[in-house]
Write a protein that binds this ligand. Structure first.
Ligand SMILES: NC(=O)c1ccc[n+]([C@@H]2O[C@H](COP(=O)([O-])OP(=O)(O)OC[C@H]3O[C@@H](n4cnc5c(N)ncnc54)[C@H](OP(=O)(O)O)[C@@H]3O)[C@@H](O)[C@H]2O)c1
Length: 329
């Protein structure tokens, strides 16, 4: 796999990033560790976790920590081969300081993440969700402290819009603080609302690492009209983590599958390859349950979608409305 620049971080990463949200359950610890090692053997050098990840057992305010601990065990003795991203901000308990982007929470959680990951630095520390209670300058000061202490190397944002990242950028430039260098947003053929922000990211050195590029497995071809849900699929196991599989959705999936068929490839590869054609997108964060799924994600990085497919894709999965440009067309 050809390495790509991760925004202005100075890091080079693979176009596949291993997601860990399901590590612990339904993917047990030993299998999760094997998947991480297999990913490395396949050439993947980028892994995404979060302080809250603990698989299907997660509920709002549960303590998390499971996936980070698994990653920590798996990368022992091979730390330098990985670009490790983790996140902070989502609730890890019931108290007012157990969530959000305040210095108290961030500075406590960064130490906990480092301990679980069994490392002394995080390559990419990501603020998980916007926190409207905390001024961005307060958050930035805490991240800056993490960077100055050597605990964090680069700063990323997740689920933030372009204007929110722009605000962080202005503050960073004014204070010589760390700039946001990555954006992690939900983005797939079925979910394109962040598409207008991609141009901003590309222009300002923010590498985009979409999550749920397979829309939780919907874009894999495993859900078919008239067929029952596969028993070991997410839709059957964890329906609250996936959209409802109804007839209109299945119709769109079939139309996309026909396009993939024309190229002699799977819908999985087609969907992942498509996101990589969008401006500013660096690496797909993929969730996998099994090694074959990981292999397919790697194969997708080599697939080229012919330009004549793009308008046909847009007809099935319309992009967000775009202001016409009467000056330049
Ligand atoms: N920043 C955020 O707020 C945020 C939010 C969500 C996720 N994330 C990150 O993004 C990662 C991916 O999220 P996700 O797992 O929800 O979404 P996803 O990558 O769209 O879906 C992954 C699921 O699709 C199925 N799948 C994957 N490859 C397949 C293949 N080749 N064939 C058939 N099925 C396949 C598997 O589920 P089944 O086999 O069980 O059907 C797998 O668990 C997470 O691990 C996490 O790191 C970040």
């Amino acid at each position: 796999m050809q390495l790509r620049r991760l925004g202005a971080s100075g890091l080079m990463v693979t176009p596949v990033c291993l997601g860990t949200m399901t590590f612990g359950s339904p993917v047990p610890e030993t299998e999760s560790i094997s998947l991480i090692h297999a990913a490395q053997d396949l050439g993947i050098n980028f892994i995404d976790t979060a302080n809250v990840y603990e698989g299907y057992k997660r509920f709002l305010g549960s303590p998390g920590g499971v996936a980070e601990a698994i990653v920590g065990k798996a990368i022992q003795g091979r730390r330098d081969r990985w670009v490790v991203a983790t996140k902070v901000g989502a609730p890890v308990g019931p108290g007012p300081q157990d969530r959000g982007l305040s210095p108290t929470h961030i500075l406590r959680e960064v130490d906990r993440s480092l301990k679980r990951l069994q490392t002394d630095y995080i390559d990419l520390y990501i603020i998980h969700w916007p926190d409207r209670q905390v001024p961005p300058e307060t958050t930035l000061a805490a991240i800056d402290q993490c960077v100055r202490q050597g605990k964090v190397r680069s700063f990323g944002a997740s689920n933030h819009s372009a204007w929110q990242m722009c605000e962080f950028r202005w503050l960073a430039d004014r204070t010589c603080g760390p700039r946001v260098v990555t954006s992690q947003v939900p983005f797939s053929l079925l979910r394109r609302e962040f598409e207008p922000d991609l141009a901003f990211c590309e222009k300002y050195g923010i590498g985009v690492t979409p999550y749920q590029a397979l829309q939780s497995g919907l874009l894999t071809g495993k859900y078919r009209p008239g067929e029952p849900l596969p028993p070991d699929s997410r839709a059957a196991e964890k329906p609250d983590w996936i959209w409802k599989v109804d007839e209109p959705l299945l119709k769109r999936l079939e139309a996309l599958r026909h396009l993939a068929d024309e190229l002699g490839t799977s819908l999985t590869r087609y969907a992942l390859a498509w996101t990589l054609t969008r401006p500013g997108i660096v690496s797909n964060i993929v969730g996998v349950k099994r090694l074959e799924q990981l292999r397919e994600a790697v194969e997708a990085a080599a697939l080229q979608i012919p330009p004549e497919h793009f308008p046909r894709i847009d007809a099935i999965c319309p992009p967000p409305w775009k202001q016409p440009d009467p000056l330049r067309g």
